[in-house]
Design a protein around this ligand. Structure first.
Ligand SMILES: [Zn+2]
Length: 316
């Protein structure tokens, strides 16, 4: 049997130790190389695009020769006005990509020796940045559509006589949401969050290209897909794959998100879309080495502007 990809040397191309050993100068250099890749790591003024900058001997700042704008390597990115050293941010991204099932903010705060709140916002900024590439993407070809409910968990009572029917609306917390995904065979995964699967139909119609072959389970609301796509159905009570119809790919995404819900994040419902996007990203990149994943994630964060959702999150 061939070795599982995560166990191969190629998948381990990024060592946390190597990132952790970077000096502040090396970390800043790595940041510059990635952010200003097009100019070989030379700073570009984020305000006017000018290449001529002054540097300071004692401060890690640049000043634009054309417009006098002062900026740092993180100005105008999602890490702007950071209080964290650049090396810590890189380490956070390295740890984030290494956690195949996700990494809790609590764990990250211990790893980095920063406050829980800092770690929480940092990891959400990374999630936001890596999700951008698929914000308006469409899928095509053979596409599996499926949904699963998350959040708003009610613990079953210990004694049978105290248990309630948790499927009934009156016993639910109202926090329960369904994550619906549209997943290309050997391609990308789009994830959405709705209250019910049926509510996802309009969005799916916009994000699955016409001409695609859609695989879905037997739930009646998916009948509407037939008018738009060649649709193959499978009865989950019987199997996940039969007669060429298959929702196995969707199942592997959901099992990842389920493990993250149970094992990693305590309260997933509040930011369910963000966690679902993260798991879609992990699924889509699972065959890349962690070194590559790290570069993709750093690239994404440095290309991403200041976050409206996460900037000053705890000050509100
Ligand atoms: Zn300028």
């Amino acid at each position: 049997m061939s070795q599982h990809f995560l166990l191969t040397a190629k998948a381990r191309s990024l060592s946390l130790a190597r990132v952790a050993r970077m000096s502040p100068e090396e970390a800043a250099d790595a940041f510059k190389q990635i952010r200003w890749n097009a100019t070989n790591g030379n700073p570009v003024c984020p305000r006017c695009g000018c290449l001529g900058v002054y540097t300071y001997k004692t401060r890690a700042l640049f000043k634009c020769k054309a417009c006098d704008h002062q900026f740092s390597v993180t100005s105008g990115t999602i890490f702007a006005s950071r209080k964290l050293p650049v090396g810590t941010i890189l380490l956070a991204i390295a740890i984030f990509v290494n956690g195949a099932k996700g990494h809790s903010a609590l764990q990250l705060s211990r790893d980095l020796d920063v406050q829980y709140k800092t770690a929480f916002v940092l990891s959400h900024k990374i999630r936001e940045a890596i999700a951008v590439e698929k914000a308006n993407a469409t899928v095509s070809g053979t596409v599996a559509v499926d949904g699963a409910y998350f959040g708003g968990h009610i613990r079953p009572a210990n004694h049978v006589e105290n248990r309630v029917d948790r499927r009934l609306a009156k016993h639910q917390t109202g926090k329960r949401r369904v994550v619906v995904i549209a997943r290309e065979k050997d391609g990308k995964t789009l994830s959405f969050v709705f209250k019910t699967e049926a509510e996802s139909l309009e969005t799916l119609g916009q994000r699955i290209a016409v001409g695609s072959i859609v695989h879905a389970d037997e739930a009646t609301h998916w009948d509407a897909l037939h008018s738009r796509y060649l649709t193959k159905r499978i009865n989950h009570q019987e199997a996940y794959s039969a007669d060429g119809a298959c929702t196995n790919d969707a199942e592997s995404f959901f099992s990842r998100l389920r493990r993250a819900e149970i094992g990693t994040h305590h309260s997933i419902s509040r930011h369910l879309a963000a966690y679902a996007g993260e798991m879609a990203w992990r699924e889509d990149n699972r065959r890349r080495s962690n070194g590559e994943q790290y570069l993709i994630a750093v690239n994404a964060t440095l290309a991403h502007p200041v976050s409206r959702q996460w900037k000053g999150y705890w000050q509100r």
